[in-house]
Unconditional design. Structure first.
Length: 425
């Protein structure tokens, strides 16, 4: 586009030109400099018709946005949305835009496999343009308002549920494309983690591995690990007694938002914690005579560890898997997937894979994991059913790489079921 002065095309003339050019070819241009109505603008989006003349309403909106300080990338995104809508209009006047037309545009984008997120962005940009057009007197139909005693206008605005609390159009896409789920570490990645948590300092290595045990085998969160106290680890005679009776230990942990929950821990894991307390924790505590109740201590200060330090240690422990965003919290996700899979497998044995009581599995898993909303675990049930179907058909399932300890988890589930039956209603 050559630098120079360009005249704007009035809406009436644009409609006439649209009939001449049945399929107008709109192009977006951001010239280095141009003059419009005696003012010089730099890097402004301009919508032009097939013969290069600038279209009035959207271009004027871009000029106002530029004067208000909008960034070039924002203007480029807005221009792409408006250009897409203008090409969709074809010969129809934009001033007749209503909910039915926006819905038709949305359906057209869905048919072209545009993601729900981009559809909603485009519709929001269009509504912002329509609101501007009514405020500047370029469109007679009010958007998102109802006159006193009148009927609602076709385009209705609602408040978004996001943090911005801005107004959006009610005919947005029904759902946006969900972001990809974070990965769950497999058994090889867990083995690498344990190797990296082990170093020349035996006391530090033992502490790190015991924290990993609680995350892998009990699904503890970072905050719950940090709040564990020394008196929550029983002595060896009590551990031997529980193991002989086939019972699990139940310890109370405090997690995020100071929320308490009871976690079942098998005697084998509790014995490892007891061995850590009797030897390596004393090394970390040093020769001080002060009382320190925290279970996991810092090697430098002899006091309770900080959350940021624990997160850093586990993130670095995954090593090359860091690019996959494997963290301490993903170990809990791994435990959750194994719990749900074990419960679903138990259901499939008694009722068949096609008759699994999903809500029963979700409630049982939520009790073990300390979830208030069972819907947050729905994904794990769907994954478990797919794994069981693959196993039934003789295919290799994704549970192979998880290192499923079925006996351990089935015992935890059985103990929880017995506790629920003994609990008074």
């Amino acid at each position: 586009m050559n630098q120079g002065e360009h005249g704007l095309i009035a809406d009436a003339e644009w409609r006439r030109l649209s009939r001449i050019f049945a399929s107008p070819v709109l192009c977006w241009s951001a010239p280095w400099a141009c003059v419009l109505d005696g003012r010089r603008y730099f890097k402004v989006p301009l919508l032009r018709d097939a013969i290069g003349r600038v279209i009035d309403a959207p271009t004027s909106w871009f000029l106002d946005l530029t004067a208000a300080g909008s960034k070039p990338l924002t203007l480029e995104k807005y221009a792409g949305a408006i250009r897409s809508f203008w090409e969709f209009l074809d010969v129809r006047p934009w001033t007749d835009t209503d909910s039915a037309l926006i819905r038709e545009w949305r359906d057209d984008m869905e048919a072209r496999k545009v993601s729900g997120r981009h559809i909603n962005q485009y519709i929001d940009i269009l509504v912002a343009f329509l609101v501007w057009a009514q405020e500047t007197g370029r469109a007679s139909r009010l958007v998102g308002a109802t006159p006193p005693g009148g009927q609602p206008f076709p385009v209705r605005l609602v408040q978004s549920k996001g943090r911005s609390k801005r107004l959006v159009c009610a005919v947005r896409a029904s759902h946006a494309r969900r972001p990809p789920r974070l990965p769950v570490p497999d058994i090889e990645e867990v083995d690498v983690l344990y190797q990296r948590l082990t170093g020349p300092n035996e006391a530090v290595s033992e502490r790190n591995c015991r924290m990993a045990d609680l995350a892998v085998e009990a699904g503890l969160r970072r905050e719950e690990l940090l709040t564990l106290c020394l008196d929550q680890v029983p002595l060896k005679p009590a551990i031997s007694k529980h193991e002989a009776q086939g019972k699990v230990f139940r310890i109370k942990v405090v997690g995020k938002a100071s929320k308490e929950r009871v976690v079942p821990i098998l005697p084998a894991l509790m014995l490892r914690l007891r061995n850590y307390v009797d030897s390596h924790r004393k090394t970390l505590l040093g020769e001080t005579t002060r009382i320190e109740t925290a279970l996991f201590l810092s090697a430098k200060t002899g006091r309770r560890l900080t959350g940021s330090w624990v997160s850093k240690v586990f993130t670095q422990g995954f090593g090359s898997a860091k690019s996959q965003r494997l963290t301490l919290n993903r170990l809990r996700a791994r435990f959750a997937s194994l719990v749900v899979l074990t419960l679903a497998r138990s259901e499939a044995k008694t009722r068949g894979s096609k008759a699994i009581r999903e809500d029963f599995v979700l409630r049982s898993a939520a009790e073990i994991l300390g979830h208030d909303d069972i819907e947050t675990l729905r994904h794990y049930v769907d994954l478990s059913i797919r794994i069981l179907d693959a196993e039934a058909s003789g295919q290799r399932s994704s549970s192979d790489g998880l290192g499923v300890d079925s006996k351990t988890l089935e015992e935890v589930a059985r103990q929880n079921a017995q506790a629920r039956r003994r609990r008074p209603s």
